[in-house]
Design a protein around this ligand. Structure first.
Ligand SMILES: *Cc1c(COP(=O)(O)O)cnc(C)c1O
Length: 459
């Protein structure tokens, strides 16, 4: 069969409130043209993030009812720990309320001021937690990742030459090396097993612990199965185990491939380190058998981690992201190639080439997607990564002007994706009429969450 169907039936539905263009125009104005400020019940299709927005399965809801909420020694923790150990092979499993809590505990125990921590691309919370202890977060993305429109199978790889040079001649202490699978900051691009093996080998030769930021480990395993020689016949569980076996520990947000709405964990094989981490966990998150989560959350994650490794689920998920990418490309929409595992990134600078970068083409496109069809996306461009010089008022642009369409897990069907494609087709025909925006109010940091915009009339 050529048709890849959603490998599930729908047992419970959540109505979508349809809005008219006039209503959306008023909602946009009230929100200061910032999509983060729009109430989610005013959104038709929400592609803001794939984090914590997935649908849980009947098995997960059944497990939720088994959740044991005892403060200490809950069997829910034992089931969670067993699942994490079975998949990752790590000896010590520390539950946390989400990924960034795992990062904070790791940064506080493993790092000190002046250290350097390399990664293929640091996720923003990872970078912030490393910088919060005075260390430097260094991105060593592979050279292939810099070409937005050029397709390559493993654009998420870490730059091995740069990593080797750093470890040979460290400018200061390198207490841990990270690789993020898939590379979220780099467009959801996968990392090959060969790259993980080589990076792990370099780290072991230099006695440096090698960690995975494992948020999308199952999507990465699927890409390895599809694209890397020798893996076509393996199960996703076998591939995931092989990935984790190369590492000494991991951080994880269960809001991604844990298929849960909240949760995370921190793993290692180092008993002394795990003891220090557990002490901090008790201080900031909770007792080691729940770590900031309810027993029912631990149960949902224990089931969800295996569901993420189900081949037919990954086939459907990738088919749907791929389908969106192919149809946008066919409609003449420039996207980051190839489509990633969890999202499509539209190159708004070339799509809205009539807008100068000071007029935020990414934000302008994100606004238009909402105005036209009620679709919420997120700008990953100069609003997020640029800054305004407080003295001169001049805007420093970010590295790219992208708009991310992130796909929640098991939430939307083929017809929702067709609706997104049709929206782009209609917008593309009239794109020269889309006007830019300027920022009229912004906070000192993380301005994308709260800034207020107004439209700039077209010249
Ligand atoms: C989401 C994410 C995190 C942080 O996890 P939270 O659960 O949001 O705290 C870290 N790294 C990557 C790659 C992520 O995608």
């Amino acid at each position: 069969m050529r048709t890849i169907i959603e490998p599930f039936r729908i047992k419970s539905v959540e109505p979508i409130r349809m809005t008219s263009p006039a209503e959306r125009e008023a909602i946009l104005a009230a929100a200061g043209y910032n999509l983060f400020r729009i109430p989610s019940d005013d959104i038709v299709i929400d592609l803001l993030t794939d984090s914590g927005t997935g649908a849980m399965s009947a098995e997960q809801w059944a497990a939720v009812m088994r959740g044991d909420e005892s403060y200490a020694g809950s069997p829910s923790f034992r089931r969670f720990e067993k699942a994490v150990r079975d998949i990752t092979g790590f000896a010590h499993v520390i539950p946390t309320h989400q990924g960034r809590a795992a990062e904070r505990i790791l940064a506080t125990t493993m790092l000190r001021a002046g250290d350097v921590v390399p990664n293929n691309t640091h996720f923003d919370t990872t970078r912030a937690n490393i910088e919060a202890v005075g260390a430097t977060a260094l991105d060593l993305a592979s050279p292939a990742s810099r070409e937005l429109s050029a397709s390559a199978p493993f654009k998420g790889d870490i730059d091995l030459e740069a990593l080797a040079a750093l470890l040979e001649n460290p400018p200061s202490r390198v207490p841990v090396v990270f690789v993020t699978v898939t590379n979220n900051g780099g467009g959801g691009q996968p990392v090959s097993m060969a790259n993980l093996r080589a990076a792990s080998g370099l780290c072991r030769r230099h006695g440096v612990p090698f960690y995975l930021d494992a948020c999308r480990f199952a999507e990465n395993a699927y890409f390895i199965r599809q694209r890397e020689t020798g893996y076509a016949g393996k199960s996703l569980l076998e591939i995931a185990r092989e990935m984790f076996a190369l590492a000494d520990g991991c951080t994880m947000s269960a809001k991604k491939d844990g298929m849960a709405n909240i949760g995370g964990f921190l793993c290692s094989n180092d008993e002394r380190l795990a003891r220090a981490e557990t002490e901090l966990l008790i201080l900031t998150e909770g007792f080691p058998t729940y770590g900031g989560l309810a027993g029912r959350d631990l149960e949902a994650i224990a089931v969800g981690l295996y569901e993420a490794l189900d081949l037919s689920y990954q086939q459907y998920r990738h088919a749907s992201v791929q389908y969106l990418g192919e149809h946008l490309t066919a409609a003449g929409v420039p996207i980051l190639q190839p489509p990633g595992g969890h999202a499509i990134y539209v190159d708004a600078a070339s799509f809205l080439a009539h807008l100068p970068r000071e007029q935020f083409p990414g934000q302008a496109l994100a606004i238009e997607l909402y105005r036209h069809a009620g679709i919420r996306s997120v700008e990953v461009g100069s609003v997020m990564f640029g800054r305004r010089d407080p003295a001169t008022g001049i805007e420093q642009p970010g590295p790219n002007e992208l708009v991310r369409l992130a796909m929640p897990r098991r939430v939307y069907t083929q017809s929702h994706v067709d609706y997104i494609v049709e929206t782009f087709a209609e917008i593309t025909a009239e794109r020269h009429r889309i006007s830019g925006v300027r920022i009229v109010e912004q906070p000192a940091a993380l301005r994308h969450f709260t800034a207020i915009f107004e439209t700039v009339s077209l010249a």
